[in-house]
Design a protein around this ligand. Structure first.
Ligand code: ASP
Length: 317
């Protein structure tokens, strides 16, 4: 009998940061570092996923995440198929499980899923033989976004621990905030959320974060300022008085940013609402904004995740 080596990522799926250990996070980021260099080279192709089929199944609109997963899979040599599914008149549960059964019959190896309902991706993962990656489920998690944010922070700050990170804005509707609170907390950072009380989730106490309702106070001494999009599509009713008033109190401009450390970096997962949660002058400031770098790190992190999951399944070349 031959011993099978222990996979570097001992998981079949990536459904959330919640399931990962600090060692898993480090393994993903270390592997992604290799791909940052590859992605900057002229020849960006590897063949570790050659012969494998990756399906990007998006029930919710996406531009950057879908493109990023598509490029990541193709650079590793997988056959990548994009499927955008609009919600039909069928009940959503039926649509999801029917789609899962149909896709499963085509023998994909990796399925990347985005869905508007929290928990839908985990449900789908139970019905298929492929490795499933959560590309955002409702307000729940968006693990690859938190991992690409972590890689960006680690490269810029030289470490991923003992940093003060302020996550600002619409925390209640944000899967990005949730995945980041879990990851940054697990890596022993000081995590703050800065938000109006109406945009905080009821279970905020569970995350071990400090809560602020005032930007100047919340940003004081921060190493990283992470802005969130105001997710109006997930709001029923009025959560903020007006966009103008919101920008005045919670929008990041250079005046508020001056409360953070002088070398604090500014992040945003995109898409941005300029003039609502972030001033264009800050978003486009090359001295402070790392928003473009986050997109670049996204491809590297997704390549690492696809490859590590294929290795764990024993299907990587
Ligand atoms: N693109 C991120 C997401 O899908 C953030 C956002 O939409 O505001 O959650």
């Amino acid at each position: 009998m031959t011993d099978t080596p222990t996979p570097r990522l001992p998981h079949r799926h990536l459904l959330g940061i919640e399931q990962l250990s600090p060692a898993d996070v480090t393994a993903i980021l270390d592997r992604a570092e290799d791909y940052v260099a590859l992605n900057r080279a002229r020849d960006k192709k590897k063949s570790t996923l050659r012969g494998l089929t990756q399906i990007n199944l998006f029930f919710e609109n996406s531009t950057r995440t879908q493109a990023s997963f598509e490029i990541a899979g193709k650079r590793l040599g997988a056959d990548v198929m994009n499927m955008s599914v609009r919600t039909s008149s069928m009940s959503k549960g039926e649509t999801l499980l029917d789609t899962a059964a149909t896709l499963n019959a085509m023998h994909p190896d990796l399925i990347v899923v985005r869905h508007q309902h929290s928990g839908a991706v985990a449900l789908l993962a139970q019905k298929v033989d492929a490795s499933v990656i959560n590309a955002g489920d409702g307000r729940h998690e968006h693990p690859t976004q938190a991992l690409l944010d972590a890689l960006t922070i680690r490269r810029r700050k030289g470490r991923l621990h003992r940093l003060t990170v302020a996550i600002c804005g619409d925390v209640a509707h944000s899967r990005v905030a949730r995945s980041n609170m879990i990851l940054l907390g697990m890596m022993e950072n000081r995590v703050r959320v800065v938000s109006p009380p109406t945009l905080l989730p009821p279970e905020i106490d569970r995350y071990g974060v400090e809560v602020f309702h005032d930007m100047e106070k919340g940003l004081e001494g921060a190493d990283v300022v992470m802005m969130l999009r105001l997710q109006q599509e997930r709001m029923e009713g009025a959560f903020v008085p007006s966009q103008r008033e919101y920008f005045h109190r919670f929008g990041l401009d250079h005046r508020k940013l001056a409360c953070a450390k002088p070398d604090a970096i500014v992040m945003h997962p995109g898409p941005m609402n300029r003039g609502v949660e972030i001033d264009a002058l800050v978003a486009d400031d090359p001295e402070r904004s790392v928003i473009g770098e986050q997109v670049e790190m996204g491809v590297a992190v997704r390549m690492a995740v696809l490859e590590l999951l294929a290795e764990a399944q024993g299907t990587a070349a």
